[in-house]
Design a protein around this ligand. Structure first.
Ligand code: SF4
Length: 505
């Protein structure tokens, strides 16, 4: 991978120097697996490696996101799962390992590649920063005290730590240092009394001041040792956010590179799971089956499209593509017929014939990040594109219990759309842990069918009595045995029949 001299100058993070060995930012040995990514890598790298590193980091960040919303961060189980994922994806998982050069190289390069892909919009930036911060938090907490000090020195945050003790009189707590009382005012909400405080400039401790967790003296804030991570994360967030803004300014130049541009724009919508475009189990489709399946095994995006199709007898372009490719992916539309017939017509209608178009079923990221629905459209992801009030009504009509609805709405508020969809899966399938990370509507369908068909088992939900109403009580025709493969429904509909439902406006 090579750039012109001008590009090399402007995109310092991808500067290429022939045969030059990769160098890490100068830092004390033993902690290179943890860094603020202050210095971009300088190395020759193949496009294949470029893409595979980026995809692996994306997988890792997806896991970080999933764990972050389904578990309490920092618990033993959370750490254990994250460490296992780091090992599987070949990223550094232990700060003390000295012989993991390849892992650290991958960690360093992949971070900078995703910066390029995820600096493009505010939403992407926010998601990327959040996951990187959570990853950093885990790694930092794995450091020994000695390595912590060395890391702080490396990132120029070598604050003084002071040996202290706290005395209490009535509602007042006083902080003492070197035998002197350095603070005695007002009740503080500090619950655990640390004998080791870190002395930081006042301006670095604003978040902790708000929750009354610091003492002040002489222009310094004294932060309990256990709260110091908040300050560190804020510092990292500020640096990363600035770095992303600077990277975004270089984007127009990067986008002129015909090798990088498609890779980077693909990465920000990237789907990192199995290919759902090839389904061997091709058969005829039955309208009866689809109605039932749309209720019990379709994700909300496809359920909404199917409903719109049944009510309006047509879908607009965005919906036809999203829903048509999904049906093709679940193997109930003949792929060749779809591509040659239906998709060909679409290409013609929209003047795209002759262009190379991707006819693989859309992943969640693609649906969430591109082509937002307009007035009269039904495509998109309901968790991302529906107004919260509308989403709430939709979930109520799907018979989701109120507690489940508020959990889903909380996840949506935090922009964890796929995790909200996982929660919807759990609630509609009566399981407490789906045991997979949702990335694709077709994955949703396959997992649902496996679960309902008894091929796969998931942990059952311990439901409260008031929530134990049977699911889909208004859909009496739905049974757990009515999977596509086992249906003998009499009214089978040929492909042409289904196409009628996709009729043009
Ligand atoms: Fe569909 Fe994915 Fe949104 Fe679920 S998260 S509704 S599968 S796009």
């Amino acid at each position: 991978l090579r750039f012109s001299a001008r590009k090399r100058h402007l995109i310092c993070m991808l500067r290429l120097k022939k045969q030059r060995r990769f160098t890490y930012p100068k830092c004390p040995s033993g902690i290179r697996s943890l860094q603020f990514y202050l210095t971009p890598p300088i190395e020759n790298i193949s496009l294949i490696e470029f893409e595979s590193f980026a995809v692996d980091r994306l997988k890792l960040l997806k896991v970080v996101e999933n764990l972050g919303v389904s578990m309490i961060k920092g618990t033993a189980l959370y750490n254990q799962k994250l460490e296992a994922e780091l090992k599987t994806l070949q990223f550094p998982y232990h700060a003390l390992l000295e012989n993991d050069y390849d892992r650290r190289r991958k960690d360093h390069i992949s971070h900078f590649i995703l910066r390029l892909a995820y600096c493009q919009t505010e939403e992407l930036r926010r998601w990327f920063i959040q996951q990187e911060l959570d990853l950093f938090r885990y790694r930092f907490t794995q450091l020994s005290e000695e390595l912590t000090k060395r890391f702080l020195a490396y990132v120029n945050l070598a604050y003084d730590s002071v040996s202290t003790w706290v005395s209490m009189r009535g509602h007042e707590r006083s902080l003492h240092k070197d035998g002197k009382n350095i603070k005695t005012s007002g009740p503080l909400l500090i619950t655990s009394i640390s004998t080791f405080h870190i002395q930081v400039p006042f301006s670095d401790s604003v978040d902790l001041v708000r929750v009354k967790r610091v003492y002040f003296y002489g222009g310094y804030a004294y932060v309990p040792q256990q709260d110091f991570l908040v300050i560190l994360l804020n510092n990292y967030r500020t640096r990363l956010s600035k770095a992303l803004a600077i990277t975004a300014r270089s984007l127009p130049i990067i986008q002129t590179d015909e090798r990088l541009q498609p890779l980077l724009s693909h990465l920000s919508h990237a789907y990192v799971g199995p290919d759902y475009s090839i389904e061997k189990n091709i058969g005829k489709i039955s309208l009866e089956q689809i109605d039932a399946l749309s209720v019990k095994s379709f994700p909300p995006c496809m359920r909404q499209l199917h409903k719109a199709l049944r009510e309006n007898h047509h879908l607009r372009h965005g919906g036809r593509m999203q829903y048509g490719l999904f049906l093709k992916g679940i193997g109930k539309l003949d792929a060749d017929k779809f591509d040659k017939g239906y998709a060909y017509n679409i290409r013609h209608s929209y003047g795209k014939e002759g262009k190379r178009t991707d006819y693989t079923p859309f992943s969640c990221m693609k649906i969430i990040m591109s082509n937002p629905p307009g007035q009269g459209d039904y495509h998109g992801c309901p968790f991302r594109h529906s107004d919260p009030e509308l989403l709430k009504q939709k979930l109520q009509s799907y018979k989701i219990p109120p507690t489940g609805i508020s959990q889903i709405l909380d996840l949506v508020k935090g922009m964890h759309y796929q995790v909200a969809c996982q929660k919807y899966f759990e609630l509609t399938h009566d399981v407490s842990d789906i045991g997979f990370s949702l990335n694709h509507p077709n994955q949703y369908f396959v997992e649902s069918q496996q679960l309902l068909g008894g091929v796969k088992e998931m942990k059952k939900e311990q439901r409260q009595p008031e929530n134990s109403q049977p699911k889909y009580s208004n859909q009496k025709s739905v049974t757990t045995n009515s999977t596509l493969s086992s249906s003998n429904a009499p009214e089978e509909m040929e492909l042409e029949g289904l196409e009628d439902y996709f009729a043009e406006d």
